[in-house]
Design a protein around this ligand. Sequence first.
Ligand code: 13P
Length: 255
Amino acid sequence: MNPTKRRTVIAGNWKMNFTPDEATAFINELKPMVAGKDNCDIIFCAPYVTIPAAMEAAKGSNIKIGAENVHFEDHGAFTGEVSAKMLRAIGVDTVIVGHSERRQYFGETDETVNKRTKAALAAGMRVILCMGEVKEQRVAGITNEICAMQIKLDLAGVSAEEMKNVIIAYEPVWAIGTGLTATPEQAEEVCALIRGVLAELYGKEVAEATTVQYGGSMNEKNCAELLAKPDVDGGLIGGASLVAAKFTAIVDAAQ
Ligand code: 13P
């Protein structure tokens, strides 16, 4: 973390978990546990149907609620999709784009991730853009090339001004939901590389101001070491974001 240069963001990705009632109970449990811990932004990205209940429960607290995906068109014949306009209409201003599970199971490509990113930014939303290598790519020694390529493709056409609303989440796919975490050194190496690519694309000032999170089996035990790295500006947390005590420990490590 480098709080003098950029905001630390601790975000939960609930994935396909929590009904509205379950989310309400979770937020009510968490609220007092994270109250006043303002040295980081706290946000949970929730399933669409759970968003209104979670927002209601989070009202007046330091917890924000976002979405897990967004379509690139405003409206139309796109069964099962939700637009940025619709999310904005219910007060959602942050959205995850390009999560590896979307890429892996739902056919998302760098092209669709780029379109979704641009549409969300055009609607004035903040985007948590996920990227990262799969195991075979790390083993083949091409992590840096893959990550640089993804950043360039996913951000194609995004302006320096719009970068104020972009958070990058480096999520090595082999570390997601597997219990395998990147070592702090591995996380730092790629987060620093990403910042270098951002500097190439947008200049040093933008690169230094952009929050770059790590995600992939971050938990209450390994968070402090990861967050201590200068280019790791927060976490995108799956499993541990479903347990109030675990998530609170990560927020504490960011204080
Ligand atoms: P886990 O923390 O469960 O590994 O999930 C990470 C993730 O995919 C967050 O988006």
